[in-house]
Design a protein around this ligand. Structure first.
Ligand code: PLP
Length: 363
């Protein structure tokens, strides 16, 4: 019998969540964001789950090519742009769109334009504005000039204007509220033609006032939320359930210590269940005492330190639990956001960190 750990991917729920994103953004087209192997769900599954998306967006060139090889015919967008002049030939060969965020990329396009235009290549590009994240993008004051320079390049087709908000999940951020980021975007794009793409999941869920031609939801498609409400409140369904089983039980006396570092001390007589799941499976080692875990569908708590291959849970109030009892670490019945919050991180990180040794099935 294999070790009982398993990740179940719910492709139907991925379809459902995409429908939620589209319903919240009437009139806008939707990129399904599938970077990082579909946030850990698998690229091919993400492609099927988001078959109804108007395009797929990601970061990795090799996976963009894979999407084409797997038969994806609709648009593909490279959100981080191209990393060198050679990438332009991959973009041409596989009909890939890309973000343009800096002058260096404009120079590469200018240098290659005669050759590409002669082959009839026209790239659909997404000019990115830095509205305060200070990661990628042109400053608002430099945006119109970049737009003019990009428009003049002969191998350029359409130009969409895009930005990515630093704080779409925190409406009243004291230092950089979203209304200030929107103001910068409006100022920088004033009078410029073309489609607009502003909203990630937080934008879609929390800022329906934003005018998008293309939304770029990621985490919400995977049943996680960027904050501002629970998945259930937003009508989102879990798409990844990480499950395992109890593989050992210890009845211990008051005062006994559990796990590495002996960090947990039993206050009274208790039953401890050992679960075949550890940080080498992607469960966060930093998850503290009390992090929720489902055993036989009932919520209990993590006790002791998470180790590489195992973690321990409190079975004192679950007398029926025994070796073989089913355990859910996150997913259906236990929102990933709740586990992430306990561990001081976000659902995104837990999904993306699902370890390659965990077998994956669909269901
Ligand atoms: C990852 C990413 C998204 C999706 O963000 P979520 O918070 O997961 O919805 C959207 N736009 C860009 C540029 C991204 O890199």
């Amino acid at each position: 019998m294999p070790r009982p750990i398993l990740a179940t991917i719910h492709v139907d729920s991925m379809k459902h969540n995409l429908a939620v994103a589209k319903a919240k953004s009437p009139g806008a087209k939707a990129w399904g964001v599938v970077k990082a192997h579909g946030y850990g769900h698998g690229l091919e599954r993400a492609m099927r789950g988001f078959a109804d998306a108007d395009g797929l967006a990601l970061i990795e060139f090799d996976n963009a090519v894979k999407l084409r090889e797997m038969g994806w015919k609709k648009p593909i967008l490279l959100l981080e742009g191209f990393f060198g002049p050679a990438d332009l030939h991959t973009m041409a060969g596989y009909e890939l769109q890309a973000a343009v965020h800096c002058n260096q990329q404009l120079e590469w396009l200018e240098a290659a334009q005669d050759q590409l235009a002669a082959r009839g290549i026209r790239f659909d590009l997404h000019l990115k504005m830095n509205t305060g994240m200070n990661r990628l993008g042109f400053m608002p004051d430099a945006f119109a000039a970049a737009h003019a320079r990009l428009s003049a390049i002969r191998c350029v087709g359409s130009i969409t204007m895009m930005t990515h908000f630093a704080n779409a999940d925190d409406v009243d951020h004291p230092l950089l509220p979203i209304r200030e980021q929107i103001r910068r975007f409006e100022r920088g794009t004033a009078g410029l033609p073309g489609a607009r793409s502003l909203s990630n999941s937080a934008g879609v869920l929390l800022h329906q006032e934003l005018k998008n031609d293309w939304i770029r939801p990621g985490i919400m498609l995977y049943g996680g939320t960027p904050g501002g409400g629970s998945a259930e409140e937003f009508g989102l369904q879990a798409t990844m359930t990480l499950s395992s089983e109890i593989i050992g039980v210890q009845d211990i006396a008051a005062g006994e210590l559990v796990g590495y570092g002996s960090r947990f001390r039993a206050e009274g007589q208790m039953r401890v269940g050992v679960v075949a799941c550890g940080y080498a499976d992607g469960y966060p080692r930093v998850a503290p005492l009390g992090t929720p875990v489902l055993v036989d569908g009932v919520r209990t708590r993590l006790v002791g330190r998470v180790s590489m291959d195992m973690l321990t849970v409190d079975l004192t109030d679950l007398p029926q639990a025994r070796i073989g009892s089913p355990v859910v670490l996150w997913g259906r019945g236990l929102p990933i956001d709740e586990v992430a919050e306990q561990a001081g991180t976000i659902g995104y990180e837990l999904m993306c960190a699902l370890a390659p040794r965990v077998p994956v099935v669909e269901g």
